[in-house]
Design a protein around this ligand. Sequence first.
Ligand SMILES: [Cu+2]
Length: 357
Amino acid sequence: LNIPLVPQQASEFATRYDILFGIITALTIFFTVVVLALLIFFAVRYRVGSKVNRERPVHENLKLEIAWSLPPLFLGIGIFAIGAHEWIEFRTPPDDATEIFVIGKQWMWHVYHPNGVRENNELHVPLGRPVKLTMISQDVIHSFFIPEFRAQYQVIPGRYTSMWFTPTKTGRFYLFCGLYCGTDHSQMGGYVYVLPETEYAQWLAAGGERPAAPAASLAEEGRRIFAELNCGSCHGGQDTVFGPTLAGIAGTQRRMRTGEVLTADDDYLRNAIVNPSMHLVQGYENTMPQDYDRQLQEWQIRALIEHIKTLGAAEDRTNASPGAPGQRRPEGEPAPPRVQLDNRSGFDLADHGAGNR
Ligand SMILES: [Cu+2]
């Protein structure tokens, strides 16, 4: 009798998740059976016309009431404690996790490995090592779901989300979009391949499934885009009247014109590029070009962020005095040249999509 009640367990979360799920299911069945059995028993025993003693009905019984209130209360609190603990763990990727970048779009998944290897609707990961996925959607809300890992999280437009897992089995596992996202939602999936560590390293070094594609890392692509779009004309090695330096800002505290202090995390940097009027850095006007959101695709934005992260180490350099507040470009000073992104890098994954579907 081999009925698979749950998918196989292929990550460190899976066993613990299944234990908790099993406990909740067992308790639910237990209490359902007890309540139902008593209900049927009393209904039959005290049905109209049955000859039972109804002389002294019980109205109150404190001991009985405590006995059926407190144990379920503690069981509930216990389940909450375990659940909260697991959730916090799932939401806190370890620092040494390998970061892989994922873009969801109607109706496929793009995957970018740190060294530049890219995949569509497939994800290769090493066995026994924590993997962190940083994800974003190019259109509607999706959800990255690997049932065998018991891992799923939303992939949202305009904001990075992340999830992590440690695979415990080699092999091929299903990958799904877990949220209805339009006509071809059911096609939006593929496979996760778990390889032994050395095999994974070889696979990565050989350039993945598509070794012909140029394997520039996201950070390198970012440097190229940064140069092509001439971001450097305003953002140099130092704060200038044209713009604050981006060297070393990633991960630090940034002071805004409003006095608010924000951490320059991935979302902050993303907004700074595609939505510059959202937050203005103290000492500066809203002079940054406003149309990068239309020029840049998600992977290119991510590439710029990865490039910015390589600009100097993240030490604490709160921008205490970047210049006089409200600094403007001096009269007569020419505006830095505007340029269009030449999208020739040959790794617009949209082109590769069809073959994978
Ligand atoms: Cu989807």
